[in-house]
Design a protein around this ligand. Sequence first.
Ligand SMILES: Cc1cc2nc3c(=O)[nH]c(=O)nc-3n(C[C@H](O)[C@H](O)[C@H](O)COP(=O)(O)O)c2cc1C
Length: 464
Amino acid sequence: MHDFRSFVNLLEESGDVVHIKKEVDPKFVLSALIHKLELAGKAFVFENVAGAKLPLIGGLLLDLERVARVHKISPAKKFTRAQHADLVLEATDNPIAPIVVNGGPTKEVINIGDDVDVYELPVPTFFEDDTGPFITGAVGITRNPSNGVLNVGCYRGLIMSKNKISINASTFSDLRRFYQTAEEAGDGMYIALAIGVHPALLMAAASKTPNDISEFDVASALAGKPFELVKCETSDLLVPADAEIIIEGKINFDDKIWQTLGEFPGQYGPEIDPTTEILAITRRKDSKFFSVMAGPALEHANLGYCAVYDMERIVTNSLKKQFPNIKDLNLMCDPPVTGPMFQLFISIDKKDDEEPNQLIRAAFEAAGGIYPISRIVKRIVVVDEDVDIKSYRDIEWAIWSRVADESKILLLPGYLSWEVDRASDKEKGSVRVGIDATKKLADVDKLKRPVVPGYDDVRLEDYL
Ligand SMILES: Cc1cc2nc3c(=O)[nH]c(=O)nc-3n(C[C@H](O)[C@H](O)[C@H](O)COP(=O)(O)O)c2cc1C
C-alpha cells in the first residue's frame, strides 16, 4: 500500500494533482476552490494560502478508484465498496502491533510553548456560519483511560487562537466517552492530532474498532507492515513518525465552547466541546497540511464508509440468524442522497408476503455496534433478489414498480436518532420508514423483469 507521500507522488505522475500558485484567501475562497476541484476529481496543492506558512494538500481519496490505487489494486476502476469493506474488516480481525522508534521526519521542526503558532497552518473557513477555521483532515490520538490502549479517530478541530483549538467528539465516538471519564475523574487528558498521515491510518481512524484494539494495529495490518510510532514531546502519547504535522495538546474541561461547522449531512453541526491548549507542534521541514472538504463532500463520504463496514457486518450476521432468506444487505450513507440518516436496503428470497414487514421491524431493532441500527437508519427498503441493492436507482425503481397498497409502507414513530438528525425532536424522537418493495407472491410472473438471456456473455467488441 502507498504511504502519504508515495501516493501523492503517484497522483502527481498521473497528472491528477492541480497546483494553485496564486495567493488564496483561506476564508471561503479556499473552500470554494477545494469543492470545485473535488467535483472535477482532482487532487490539489495550494502553495500560497494568505497568512499561512505551509501549503495545503487534499483531494487524495475522493472515490473508490483512488482507494484501489492507494492499495495498489488493479483494475482500479472495477474496485467495489464490498472489496474495500473486506480489506478493512480483514485488517480489523488480524491486527499487527506497531513499533516504537526514537525519531522520525515528524520531528524535523519542533516548536514548544511560546514558539507554538497554529496560524502557520493553512486552515480553511469552509461555510458562512462556521465558528472559525477548521482542521478536517487530522486523526486524533488519545489513550483509552480504562485500558491505556492508543485510540485514533478523525475529529474536526476549530482554531481559536495561536495555541488553542477545540476538538469535537460526537456521541458516536469513543473520544466522547474518554472526555467524560477523564472529566469525571478530574484527570488531565492529552491528545495529539496527526495531519498528513498514511492513508491506512486515515481508514482505520474512520472505522470502528473493538476497544481493546488500537487503530494503529488495524492500520499496520492494512498497510501490510508495522507502523513506526514516536513519543510526543509533551506527553506519553505515541504518534506516526512520518506524519507531516503533529499538534500536541492538553484538554481543558473547565473551558467548554459551542462550535459549529457545515457537516457531511448538508446541515450545520453545533456541538459543545472542551478546548485544548496546544503544547507543541512538530513537523517535517517541508510539511504539507492535509485538509478534507467539509459538508456533503466526496472524500469525507468515502472515508466515512469505513465506519459503516463493521456495522453492516454486525447487522447482517444478526438478521440472518432470524431471517435466513436474506440474500444481501447494503447500509448506504452517501450524504447527498441520505443526509444525516442512513438507509438500509435488504434483498430477500421471501417465502411468504408477511416476511418483509417482519424483517423491517426486526432490522430497526438490530444491534449496529454501540447502538441499535435505528439510531442512524431512517428508512429500510426490502426488495427481491432481482433488484441491485447497491444501486439507489434500482431501489427507487422497485418502490415505484412493486408497491401498490399501503400495507407495504410502514411509518414507525418515536425512534431516537443520533445527534446529527437535527430535525428530530429530542423528546418525541423521529419517524422511521419501512418499505416492502418486493413483489407479492401472487404477482411473481406478472411483475417479471425483462432480461436479455446471455447478456453478460455477449461482447460488443466481438462484433465490431
Ligand atoms: C473526515 C472525517 C471527519 C470526522 N469528523 C468527526 C468529528 O468531528 N467528530 C466525531 O466525533 N467524529 C468524526 N468523524 C467520525 C469518526 O472519525 C469516527 O466515528 C471514528 O470511528 C471515531 O473514533 P473513536 O470512536 O475511536 O473516537 C469524522 C470522520 C471523517 C471521515
